[in-house]
Design a protein around this ligand. Sequence first.
Ligand code: PFF
Length: 447
Amino acid sequence: MAKRGSFGSRFGTVAAVGGSVIGLGNIWRFPYVAGENGGAAFILIYLATSFLISIPIMLSEFSIGRSTRRNPMRAFNKLAPGSKWKLVGYMGILTAFVILSFYCVIAGWAFEFLKESVFNQFNGRSADQIRDSFNGFVASGWKPVIWTFLFTVASAGIVLSGVEKGIERYTKILMPMLFVLLLGMAVNSLTLDGAQAGIEFLLKPDFSKITGTTVLQALGQSFFSMSLGMGAMITYGSYLRKNENMPRVGAMVAFSDITVAILSGLAIFPAVFSFGISPTSGPELVFLTLPNVFAQMTGGYIISVVFFFLLFVAAITSSISLLEVIVLYMTEELRLSRKRAIFYTASAITVTGSLCALSMMPGSKLSVAGMNLFDLCDQLSSNVLMPLGGLLIVLFTGWVFSPVKFRNEFTSNLQYGVKIFPLIRFLIKFVIPVVIAILFLNRIGLL
Ligand code: PFF
């Protein structure tokens, strides 16, 4: 990504931001978190939080980025010189690091499954055999570590050789392909024997299951999925063209993000029930379910190869945006060469990623307060660091950022922007901070 360059076209902008936003969060994380939190009711809350909370935060981040054209830490320092707000930028770097540590592990699983698909290893296996082979893979320890390492190297290689031309060019084709493939898989899943229970799980909300934790999980999922609360969207905002219609870009990206998540749910849950897999299987859910679908689907061999390849593409376009947040800081602020910054970051991620992978082995001692390191990084980023970052960003936008500057960013090239601006600002100033604060207080037992 060219420093202080800007995106060339509307489509290029949506593709680049979409590349960061659409990733493992939609296809791997959304189904498993929805499964653990009761399905339909969770999804309704997820939709509400996405529209009412996440989109305004995305627009806040874009505005901060575009009005300063700096990395997140500098951006805060420029808008509120000498204040502590720049700490929000540092927190974003920490969050990127925590996310990458487990993200590379799951992307590594996608690599392993791509290999298994290519060698046609799902064919003819029963659901139990698929589960045993997956458990054997995770328990081996060294296999996930090797894939984690390879994925980190691949991401680092792309960031090193320049993101803009290659990645943008390919994602414009590959992401729509992923979309069409998921649509096909969803249609196929809906026709499976016993799909009905899965459809009900997705569509019939059981509100009695909703607690403060569920709402925080939905909010965390939405933040994770839209890459919010950690400066990635401030960085991308700094590349937005001055005359770009920002709310429209935000709406298009959010809409694509939500649609891909819902399609994944539709592809997975009917199959979960059809093959007798528990919806609360956790991070393994998608990897236990999909091979069964592929094994019995017409054209399953080729579809599985294409799917895991596209999952890998979706993962890598997100992981490079995470790496970019750290690398941009190191090059702009610590004056390291890009090569060095990438080398240090990738080395550190290989170590923490391997520890996360090893912590998933049965009997592993790599855990804190009863949670293995992998789950800890996953939960800490989505349910603590990103909502906290989001809270600080809206407080900044609502109470510190000059309203005139914010309004100018928001309404550039958008006539009706003038009309919706007061509503968005009201949400940002009062509603969103109060909602996030209540959720936090509830979670830590103070409310
Ligand atoms: N939004 C990505 C996903 O759904 O997989 C994950 C992510 C990417 C989070 C980039 C944060 C970020 F800065």
